[in-house]
Structure formats: structure tokens, C-alpha cells
Write a protein that binds this ligand. Structure first.
Ligand SMILES: Nc1ncnc2c1ncn2[C@@H]1O[C@H](COP(=O)(O)OP(=O)(O)OP(=O)(O)O)[C@@H](O)[C@H]1O
Ligand SMILES: [Mg+2]
Length: 162
């Protein structure tokens, strides 16, 4: 049976760490849905629509990756989409504790869904959306840490002041 996986996250903005994981996921799953959690509490820099556009530019060259948005319980959305696997990334031990808790809670909620952890290439193991925003906002160079389309939007958003 084809395996459909969900890759949930905030993606505010997508980084090359996310892209690395999406590319690895696209190789091992028959299809992959990148799912943006709509969480207004997090006060995001980019709107959900902007994040969809940025991720679609990453997904479109890969034939089996699509982009969606959801709110509420991730496992409810996974079930609704017919996904039987959830993809998550582990950058360092610091990610592990939180990811481990979430995976086990999700297993309790939806025992038929497996969480699969992948490691990014070492050069992305320190990259997070939060760090990218922080460094960029103080004038630091984030070239190579985010896709070119994301860099363009960061420039427009932060330097352009809109
Ligand atoms: N550089 C990376 N390498 C591998 N996995 C990553 C990387 N960045 C994020 N992930 C994984 O992608 C998933 C979604 O992450 P999320 O949207 O929270 O990104 P983030 O970069 O951690 O953002 P934030 O800094 O806002 O928390 C999580 O499983 C996270 O561990
Ligand atoms: Mg995070």
C-alpha cells in the first residue's frame, strides 16, 4: 500500500533544514504533505498564505510533495488526509525530548500513525526558523540557510519594513 506522510510544522519561514527534510521524506514516502499549523498565538512573521507560497516553490520540483494548512490536532488532520506516517526532524539532543513526548502522545491519540524521525545534513543541524529571523533582523547574513525565495521575502519584509 502506498504510504502517505505528513510533515507538520510552523515553517515561519521555511529553512534549508526543512527543505533537506522534505527532500529526504519525498524519497522514502510515496507522497508527502507539508502541513502548516495555523497557530496565531505564535505571532508569526509571515502569513499562512505567504508560507504556503514559499513551501510550494520548494515542493513543486518534487512530484510527490504537496502543501496544506491545518489547525487543531495534527492526528485529526493526518487521518483526514489518509496519512499513516508523520515526519519530524531531529537536529540535536535538545529536539529529542520534546519530539519524543509529542510522538508518544500522538501514538496514544492515533496508534495507527507512526512518527518517523530523520536527521538533516550536518550543515543544517543548527538551523531553526527562530534563529534565522533573529540573525537576519540584526543584519546577519543567512544566505545558504534558507531557500533563495525565502531570502528575498525576508529582505522585503524586514528591510522593507512592511
Ligand atoms: N534544520 C533542521 N533540520 C532538521 N529538522 C528540522 C530543522 N528545522 C526544523 N526541523 C524540524 O521540522 C519540524 C517543524 O519544525 P518547526 O516548524 O518548528 O521549525 P523550527 O525551525 O524549529 O522553527 P522555530 O524556530 O519557530 O521553532 C520539526 O520536527 C523540527 O524538528
Ligand atoms: Mg521548532
Amino acid at each position: 500500500m502506498p504510504v502517505k506522510a505528513l510533515y507538520p510544522g510552523t515553517f515561519d519561514p521555511p529553512t534549508n533544514g526543512h527543505v533537506d527534510l522534505i527532500q529526504r521524506g519525498a524519497k522514502i514516502f510515496d507522497s508527502l504533505i507539508v502541513a502548516i499549523l495555523v497557530n496565531p498565538v505564535k505571532n508569526p512573521l509571515f502569513t499562512v498564505e505567504e508560507r504556503v507560497e514559499m513551501l510550494e516553490e520548494v515542493a513543486s520540483p518534487l512530484g510527490n510533495v504537496s502543501v496544506a494548512t491545518f489547525n487543531g490536532l495534527m492526528v485529526d488532520f493526518a487521518r483526514q488526509q489518509g496519512a499513516t506516517a508523520v515526519l519530524r526532524g531531529i537536529r540535536a539532543i535538545s529536539d529529542y525530548e520534546h519530539e519524543f513526548q509529542m510522538a508518544l502522545m500522538n501514538r496514544r491519540l492515533a496508534p495507527e500513525i507512526e512518527t518517523v524521525f530523520l536527521q538533516p545534513a550536518g550543515r543544517y543541524s543548527f538551523v531553526s526558523s527562530r534563529m534565522v529571523k533573529e540573525v537576519f533582523s540584526f543584519g546577519g547574513d543567512v544566505t545558504g540557510l534558507v531557500p533563495p525565495n525565502v531570502l528575498k521575502r525576508l529582505r522585503a519584509r524586514i528591510n522593507g519594513g512592511s
